[in-house]
Ligand binder design. Structure first.
Ligand code: ADP
Length: 423
């Protein structure tokens, strides 16, 4: 009987303490309220007396610089107060970036381009979020670049993108996703198509550099780039390419000294490289955790969050009304390759597909290119649809889409990612 009641706990946090909790059970909701003092969640300030809601999968840290009292209502799976945190170090990084922004502003130059690197589950995304929140709280307008195709914070998994940050992330819903620039990579790991990843990263980097030039405030604010945890072998090469493409000035390596030393060895001296400890609060995610959080992001893309529901459209199109492409053709044996073609060039070939049952539940990126002559491969996308039915007899395909008919373009690019619509 008593287990059905919402448990209410009060925590008195001293200066520089952090309350950490996780919500794991399905359908469980946990409510957080700041009773007195000041506190922040990953750099976003809590509003006193306002209640924030967290659902299954949430892993949260409430940090206080000056002490506070927090009320937590509901069943958490883990909850404890930590006295040791790296927040002072992260805040010093912010101060260093801020110093560079002030200098950039004076000389009307580009502000710092900072990149977070490190293995999986060391808090790269969290530190990016903290640094962006601190920047925007200082009235800066940085660009956030997300290169983590598996667990990114922009759009849906399988993409890379950029977002201008104009206000702090919402405590429970992250950064507002207004007009992000998104490229459809179509896989949840870079290793699935490294050549395509290089092409898309280079395009994204050029666009971000252009955007930094047009707006004075953004130019001096610079950019924060988050990367994925694949840092060995070919993953390390991709990291070096991203650093070069974005002309990164400052790299923050979380938790791994080996990576730090490799970067010091391989990069020119003008690139500053800093080693940062990971927070003891960062939670390691299992394979199933990762897959669930990918599903949740796609679900939120179509249906929104409990607080901001969205109502997607479902409509039918004739096969003749769409052109669905897959990136990557089957490999040809070396002896059959045309002169001058490399063995892995096939991975960036566009293949026109005849709609078939194999497309069911797949995500498709709606390309911005209007005709086939445009560079479809490297064009960014207007958004995503999901295939909910393929009727080969009637030659129709049914799509779940955030927008009603017509689609902004009839050129659709297949993603490996799937979404089972259980609504
Ligand atoms: P990475 O980007 O390196 O894979 P994340 O920043 O996504 O790592 O962190 C992994 C998980 O740990 C996330 O769910 C995040 O919310 C959680 N987390 C990060 N820092 C803390 C902390 N100080 N206390 C509690 N949870 C945290």
């Amino acid at each position: 009987m008593s287990t059905e009641k919402k448990v209410i706990q009060e925590f008195v946090l001293e200066q520089d303490n952090e309350l950490r909790f996780e919500v794991e059970s399905k359908n469980e909701k946990v409510y957080l309220t700041l009773k007195s003092g000041t506190a922040e969640v990953f750099g976003t300030e809590l509003v006193k007396a306002k209640t924030y809601e967290f659902t299954s999968g949430a892993k949260v840290a409430v940090f206080t610089w000056n002490g506070c009292v927090i009320e937590v209502k509901g069943k958490t799976d883990v909850i404890y107060t930590a006295k040791e945190t790296p927040m002072v170090i992260y805040s010093n990084c912010h101060a260093a970036l801020e110093f560079m922004r002030v200098e950039a502003e004076k000389d009307n130059k580009r502000g710092p381009i900072a990149l977070l690197a490190g293995p999986c589950d060391v808090g790269k995304s969290t530190v990016s979020r903290i640094l962006l929140n601190y920047a925007v709280r200082m009235n800066r307008r940085p660009i956030f670049v997300e290169l983590d195709v598996g667990q990114g914070q922009i759009s849906i998994p399988g993409t890379i993108g950029a977002l201008m940050i104009e206000r702090p992330a919402s405590i429970d819903e992250g950064f507002s996703q207004e007009a992000p620039l998104v490229y459809n990579f179509g896989h949840k790991t870079i290793s699935a198509n490294p050549n395509l990843f290089t092409i898309l990263t280079n395009h994204l980097a050029n666009t971000v550099k252009e955007r930094l030039e047009v707006n004075k405030k953004t130019r001096s604010s610079g950019a924060i780039i988050n990367t994925c945890g694949w840092i060995k072998g070919a993953g390390y090469k991709q990291l070096l390419n991203s650093i070069k493409a974005f002309e990164v000035d400052i790299i923050m390596v979380l938790d791994q000294e080996r990576l730090y030393n490799e970067l010091v060895r391989d990069l020119p001296q003008f690139v500053k490289i800093i080693f940062l400890p990971k927070s003891g609060g960062v939670v390691e995610r299992s394979k199933s955790n990762r897959s669930e959080s990918r599903d949740q992001r796609i679900r939120e893309y179509f249906y929104g969050t409990p607080r901001n529901s969205l109502y997607p459209h479902s409509f039918e199109l004739k096969f003749t009304e769409v052109k669905i492409y897959k990136i990557g053709a089957p490999a040809l044996p070396d002896s059959c390759l045309p002169l001058g073609m490399k063995a892995d060039d096939h991975m960036t070939k566009l293949v026109l597909l005849t709609p078939n049952a194999g497309l069911l539940h797949h995500i498709l990126g709606v390309s911005f290119s209007e005709n086939e002559d445009d560079d479809i491969l490297s064009s960014h996308v207007a958004g995503f649809v999901c295939v909910s039915m393929v009727d080969t007899e009637r030659q129709t395909i049914t799509l779940l889409s955030p927008q009603p008919k017509p689609l902004p373009s009839n050129i659709l690019i297949l993603s490996e990612l799937q979404f089972m619509d259980t609504h």
